[in-house]
Design a binder for this molecule. Structure first.
Ligand code: CA
Length: 239
């Protein structure tokens, strides 16, 4: 299932320290890496600045509510799946949270086994571009992707890509002969629950072009007028 050498990283934003500590210990016991944040602003900063596999988000938080954190993450673009932890009888928070892009929710107090099951479920369901391909390395001309390592290289030189940039690049390289609409790309890379518009696709294609095309004097992604984007057919590697 999970590669034990690549631990799953969970960010847990919760101001009730006793609960936070208890859940943290249980999660560590399951082999997850856990980072705690005890207020809204601190949690948002960690959520934005580091890569996570799952975010557990309390709704009632000092400084910034969980709902506001969700909205800001959604406005930023792709983010890790979020499981909201809501107070009992607060169905309006739950609905707003799901609308804002949360993957799931759990009502407090919850059984730890229930939380572990929800975490396993969102991990199973998160989009993993290229995971349907049996190959672990994908080559497109001078560009090479190492799928298990989630790394990309041009001429053997590693590229520094954000999580979303890598996912988008892996999506194109995994489907070399296809052209996709922005909606299809958004759905495949950002996931069906992503709360944002197709302008994100254009922005991230620009990022990739700036990091690859401009630097290595090549063209990776082609714009297909009136349709969307696709991988450009790559000349064979000179090596
Ligand atoms: Ca709270």
């Amino acid at each position: 299932m999970t590669n034990p050498e690549v631990p799953i990283r969970i960010l847990y934003i919760e101001d009730e320290r006793a609960i936070a500590r208890f859940v943290e210990l249980e999660l560590r016991h399951e082999g997850y890496q856990v980072r705690l944040a005890h207020d809204g602003p601190g949690g948002l900063a960690l959520a934005q600045n580091e890569a996570w596999d799952v975010i557990l988000l309390d709704i009632m938080l000092p400084g910034l509510s969980g709902l506001e954190i969700l909205r800001r993450l959604a406005a930023d673009g792709a983010h890790a799946p979020v499981i909201m932890l809501t107070a009992k009888d607060d169905s309006s928070d739950t609905v707003q949270g799901l609308d804002a892009g949360a993957s799931d929710y759990l009502t407090k107090p919850f059984a730890i086994e229930e939380l572990l099951a929800r975490i396993r479920r969102v991990l199973r369901e998160r989009p993993r571009p290229g995971s349907d391909a049996p190959a672990t390395r994908l080559q497109a001309g001078r560009l090479c992707l190492d799928l298990p390592a989630r790394s990309a290289m041009v001429d053997g030189e590693p590229l520094e890509l954000s999580r979303t940039e890598y996912d988008l690049l892996a999506f194109f390289v995994s489907h070399p002969d296809q052209v996709f609409t922005r909606d299809e790309i958004l759905n495949a890379v950002w996931g069906p629950n992503f709360y944002g518009d197709t302008g994100n696709v254009d922005v991230y294609v620009r990022y990739l072009r700036a990091k690859i095309d401009d630097v290595y004097n090549m063209q990776i992604i082609r714009t297909v007028r009136g349709v969307g984007y696709g991988l450009k057919r790559q000349p064979a590697s000179e090596a």
